[in-house]
Design a protein around this ligand. Structure first.
Ligand SMILES: Nc1nc2c(ncn2[C@@H]2O[C@H](COP(=O)(O)OP(=O)(O)OP(=O)(O)O)[C@@H](O)[C@H]2O)c(=O)[nH]1
Ligand SMILES: [Zn+2]
Length: 224
């Protein structure tokens, strides 16, 4: 999970954040967003008021000591936690070092925890991601791959877009097309409501460069 992090409206975007945002827009993969000009405090206040309205509409007693702070908690959770990835000022600093060790084989990080939120129902998507790339001029700090996945997971998502966003972001940052990602996830909109299927899960993948075109590399990536 992203650490809660206070960001100022005046905080400039990092060069990496700008490059990734531009790449996603160019690829038609950016999350549909509108800049409403609200700062984080204004967002929390508006969401809190809206949640009071929802709870009162449901007939809940907001004077109850267990319920009274729920609108405030949800507002904070949306802005600072589970939807914090909508704000590029929170884009993680992805440190890389020169590939002096001439690593030219796949680097693969497996079973990265993914907790996201389905944009159709606003309930949890729970799963894991496996991400690989073939280093070119730079190698990434390993935890930065987890952080990148986490940034895009902290948005309302469909799993297919989350998968593609991580692919394009990583390609942009490492400067190579040779990136692969697969996500396995359970959708609580399928598990806890609607069809109420307790066992199914969804696998999505996005492959670039050699991972797309070389069957042996693709097979190596998907092998456990
Ligand atoms: N492709 C895709 N679909 C998703 C994802 N998350 C949720 N959905 C689906 O979005 C669809 C929305 O369908 P609707 O018919 O508008 O919504 P609904 O009436 O709540 O549908 P049910 O879930 O079947 O009850 C559902 O089939 C969800 O399972 C996702 O990450 N990717
Ligand atoms: Zn859903």
């Amino acid at each position: 999970m992203l650490q809660t992090q206070m960001v100022s409206v005046h905080q400039p975007l990092s060069e990496q954040a700008v490059a990734v945002q531009e790449a996603l827009i160019a690829a038609g993969l950016e999350t549909p967003m509108v800049d409403n000009g609200l700062n984080d405090i204004e967002k929390r206040n508006k969401i809190q008021a809206a949640m009071c309205d929802i709870m009162e509409t449901l007939g809940l007693d907001l004077s109850d000591d267990s319920l009274c702070d729920t609108p405030k908690r949800i507002a904070k959770m949306y802005v600072d936690e589970i939807f914090s990835g909508l704000d590029y000022r929170r884009f993680p600093k992805i440190t890389a070092i020169a590939n002096k060790m001439q690593s030219e084989e796949m680097v693969k990080v497996s079973e990265i925890s993914v907790t996201s939120t389905c944009e159709h129902h606003f309930v949890t998507i729970d799963g894991t991601a496996t991400v690989a790339y073939i280093p070119k001029d730079q190698v990434l700090g390993l935890s930065k791959i987890n952080r990148l996945v986490d940034f895009f997971a902290q948005r309302p998502q469909v799993q297919e877009r989350l998968t593609q966003q991580v692919l394009v972001a990583l390609q942009t940052i490492v400067g190579t097309d040779d990136v692969a990602i697969t996500i396995n996830a359970t959708h609580y909109c399928v598990k806890a409501r609607g069809i109420r299927d307790k066992t199914s899960y969804t696998q999505t993948s996005a492959l670039g460069g050699a991972f797309k075109h070389e069957p042996a590399l693709r097979a190596e990536f998907f092998a456990r």
